[in-house]
Design a binder for this molecule. Structure first.
Ligand code: ATP
Length: 200
């Protein structure tokens, strides 16, 4: 079973790592894969895909059980999650797509959103003050082991509380000349400072 957290990671922060580790623990997996959304279809990014990829690699390098994938960086065109899910599934793996509960609200705007329920399971990171509603075709389960018994179409809600951190908060803080080091790994904070990213 392959659990994937896709994101713009502009930049990757402790909330992402904490969420990925919660999934690894609660689903009993050896690893979780962070996939960089190189060209996100619904938004722009402040940093280049190359800088975001470097930061993602730096953040993962000292985390046990966190892998990174540049599959969307190498693929041309917009970074559609469904294409990434299909790519991993073609290797025969059951895919668990991880997303924050804020992402569920926009689910119906996703490219080929109706195809998700027959392509993957969902693992939802419950971010503070955001409710969880299962998207069409998904059925919620409270049993982590059910994800291994079924191929697709289940939604599992993480029990661990998530951190109240966002990349927007990191960027805003840096643009104001603030210290965002507590929201990032030391290597990512150093990279941002060395490259002068997000200064506004
Ligand atoms: P931004 O503030 O720029 O929108 P973000 O912090 O939400 O960014 P993304 O890279 O867009 O970061 O997020 C990738 C995924 O991680 C999304 O599914 C998002 O909901 C989730 N996520 C982001 N921050 C957290 C957090 N603190 N806890 C749990 N999940 C999170």
């Amino acid at each position: 079973m392959r659990a994937i957290l896709g994101g713009t990671f502009d930049p990757v922060h402790v909330g992402h790592l904490h969420g990925a580790q919660a999934v690894r623990r609660e689903l009993g997996l050896d690893s979780v894969t962070l996939v960089l959304s190189a060209r996100p279809p619904h938004r722009s990014a402040a940093a280049t895909a190359e800088d975001r990829w470097r930061m993602l690699q730096l953040a993962a390098s000292d985390q046990a059980g966190i892998e990174t994938s540049d599959v969307e960086l190498r693929r041309g065109g917009p970074s559609y999650s469904i294409d990434t899910i299909r790519a991993f599934r073609s290797g025969g793996e059951t895919v668990v797509w991880i997303l924050g509960s804020d992402g569920l609200d926009a689910f119906r705007t996703w490219h080929e959103y109706e195809a998700f329920a027959t392509a993957c399971h969902l693992a939802v990171l419950v971010r503070p003050a955001v409710a969880v509603t299962a998207p069409p075709g998904f059925r919620e389960t409270g049993e982590a082991a059910a994800l291994s018994r079924h191929d697709t179409g289940l939604l599992f809600r993480m029990r661990a509380p998530m951190l109240d951190v966002s990349a927007t908060r990191v960027r805003t803080s840096i643009a104001r000349g603030g210290d965002a080091s507590g929201l990032l790994t030391p290597a990512v904070w150093n990279y941002i400072r060395d490259r002068g990213l997000y200064r506004g």
